[in-house]
Design a protein around this ligand. Structure first.
Ligand SMILES: *[C@@H]1O[C@H](CO)[C@@H](O)[C@H](O)[C@H]1NC(C)=O
Ligand SMILES: *[C@@H]1O[C@H](CO)[C@@H](O)[C@H](O)[C@H]1NC(C)=O
Ligand SMILES: *[C@@H]1O[C@H](CO)[C@@H](O)[C@H](O)[C@H]1NC(C)=O
Ligand SMILES: *[C@@H]1O[C@H](CO)[C@@H](O)[C@H](O)[C@H]1NC(C)=O
Ligand SMILES: *[C@@H]1O[C@H](CO)[C@@H](O)[C@H](O)[C@H]1NC(C)=O
Length: 534
């Protein structure tokens, strides 16, 4: 009751709009990745019995290791085409349950691990525009099982893969040699709660010095994976409550502002479920989720968590970096925790967090949806600035009746306030470079653009680049946003303008691969273009 009242009070402030894109995409969107052709690869696990979409051409999947349906003529992965708002079923053979991944230098999605016959598998999906591409699978290539692991792209273009259920190690993929095996990392074991793991899907971020920031359960380290040493340990997050799966808070590396000085790196961890929630929920007691975020400057000499209070408690939220550098916190529930049927009180109201506002005035509640997005739901940024929202299946198998939160196959778009028609006069369009241009590091890039205005205030203009993350279980792996320094904004007459922007000068700041590049004017982003750093 209190939660409901609170929602009604705070909902008035913000904006944003919800649209139902499709009433049925055939699968529940447990994992999502945006590709550089504006198509989204979506997949669930494979042994959930029949999904709601058939494989094409009367194809079936005969997998004797499938725990539910060994002869299965339905698809467990689909490709969503943003431009045509259409779905194409894909064929995945081995079990992708609770896996991880990232997009690689060439734009392919490289996905790792899963469950059962998928524990040590790597799967690659190379984008195509003619509907001919599908998953390729490579079995027994990972050294350790990777089930609930987290990945990140490294400056050398490989992925580093941390943890997973009962695996206290990391490894790289692709392997550089046969001897490139997994390496133990005791921190992953030390943060494992004896009763319930609480250290799965670790929050991992590439620091601006090339080391990896690794947060699991309620604390973090800075890890040098080259020398294999922990170079720093951080204080426990105040309150000591766990934030990782199944306590499932979420986390982002806040936007990195690239200027001539040192780049400040800050991590923001929000929500989760208090210690003991999993056990309580399994006994029918749905404990209120955490309403706190911890924010920390990870390279300070004496880093401390700054705690902030969200207007709403939330577990299983998704944190999405928006092109203007704000953080959207969306999806999830206000009580219980991640797991089959053990959360209650869906949180239908997204929040926007403005990192540069004064502490105490950073959160703003936005317009609510009516569709609960509980366990196994998902949210990702699209090139046009909308946020794609799908998934929610807190049930074993696809279950549409007789449960509190049925399997949800709908797909929505959340359009943040900046897409509101009233901001159209501030919406720029990038004329050049062309989408899919290759960019170098430390380069002065000229951008031609239009803005439906006769004058421009250059101080309110930024270029942001965003790496499209692999998202599952409330964590967006490899999510990274850089704000670049612009100069020499000039008018070319009419609504035409030009500016120069310095690209990041290192692969540590921006690991190679495809990024979305946006021009942001007075907080309103242009449609993005794809650029490739290599
Ligand atoms: C969203 O919220 C704004 C501001 O509160 C309101 O004016 C608008 O009508 C809402 N839009 C929708 C689609 O609900
Ligand atoms: C999907 O669900 C609809 C409606 O429940 C049903 O009519 C259809 O047969 C299902 N399709 C598949 C492939 O399961
Ligand atoms: C950008 O605009 C300038 C000035 O109009 C023009 O000379 C130049 O060719 C444009 N660049 C591209 C790549 O279109
Ligand atoms: C440009 O924007 C800045 C920041 O909002 C503001 O302080 C300044 O007054 C503006 N300049 C003009 C000429 O409007
Ligand atoms: C910006 O413009 C100034 C004055 O026209 C010029 O001296 C400078 O070289 C330009 N800088 C860049 C980065 O183009």
């Amino acid at each position: 009751m209190l939660v409901a009242m609170l929602q009604m009070v705070v909902v008035a402030a913000g904006g944003g709009k919800w649209d139902l894109l499709r009433s049925n995409i055939g699968v529940s969107a447990m994992h999502m990745q945006l590709l550089n052709n504006d198509r989204v690869v979506i997949f669930d696990l494979t042994d959930f019995g029949a999904s709601n979409i058939s494989l094409p051409n009367n194809r079936c999947r005969d997998n004797p290791k499938d725990l539910a349906l060994q002869h299965d003529c339905t698809a467990h992965s689909v490709e969503y085409n943003v431009a045509s708002n259409s779905i194409r079923p894909l064929f995945v053979y081995s079990n992708t349950w609770c896996s991880s991944g990232a997009a690689m230098l060439d734009g392919s999605l490289m996905q790792t691990g899963g469950f059962n016959d998928g524990y040590n598998t790597v799967r690659v999906f190379k984008p195509c525009n003619d509907n001919s591409c599908d998953w390729q699978e490579f079995s027994n290539v990972l050294t350790h099982r990777r089930w609930y692991a987290s990945n990140h792209i490294l400056p050398d273009g490989r992925q580093i893969i941390f943890g997973g259920r009962d695996r206290f190690s990391y490894e790289f993929y692709p392997k550089t040699s046969g001897a490139d095996l997994a390496v133990e990392l005791s921190f992953l074991k030390d943060t494992r709660d004896p009763t319930i793991e609480n250290n799965l899907y670790p929050f991992v971020f590439l620091n601006v010095d090339g080391n990896m920031f690794v947060f699991t359960n309620n604390r973090a380290i800075m890890f040098d994976y080259v020398r294999r040493v922990v170079v720093r340990t951080y204080p426990t997050i105040p309150g000591g409550d766990p934030r990782n799966y199944p306590s499932s808070g979420s986390a982002v590396l806040l936007p990195l502002r690239i200027s001539s000085g040192a780049v400040v790196a800050e991590v923001l961890v929000c929500g989760g479920a208090p210690k003991g929630s999993f056990t309580s929920a399994n006994n029918g007691n749905f404990v209120t989720a955490l309403n706190t975020c911890g924010r920390i400057r990870i390279n300070d000499p004496n880093p401390q968590w700054l705690m902030e209070t969200m207007p709403l408690a939330r577990v299983m939220g998704d944190m999405v970096l928006l092109p203007n550098g704000n953080v959207l916190i969306i999806n999830g529930a206000a009580a219980g925790t991640a797991g089959w049927g053990i959360a209650r009180n869906p949180v239908l109201t997204p929040l926007v967090y403005r990192p540069n506002n004064q502490a105490g005035s950073r959160f703003e509640a936005q317009n609510a949806t009516s569709i609960p997005r509980m366990y196994h739901s998902n949210a990702i940024l699209l090139r046009d600035g909308r946020v794609l929202v799908s998934g929610s299946n807190p049930n074993a198998y696809y279950t549409f009746t007789g449960v509190l939160y049925p399997t949800d196959l709908t797909m929505q778009a959340y359009s943040p306030e900046y897409l509101d028609p009233q901001f159209a006069p501030l919406r720029s369009n990038i004329v050049s470079p062309a989408s899919h241009s290759q960019l170098g590091y430390g380069q002065l890039l000229t951008i031609n653009f239009t803005l439906p205005q006769p004058t421009i205030n250059a101080t309110t203009l930024t270029i942001s680049i965003v790496a499209p993350p692999f998202t599952t279980h409330s964590f967006s792996m490899n999510q990274r946003l850089l704000l670049l320094t612009t100069s020499n904004v000039t008018s070319l007459g009419g609504s035409n303008y030009q500016l120069r922007v310095s690209t990041p000068n290192s692969k540590i700041l921006a690991p190679p691969g495809y990024y979305l590049l946006f021009l942001v004017y007075q907080q309103v982003p242009s449609p993005g273009i794809w650029v490739q750093f290599k």
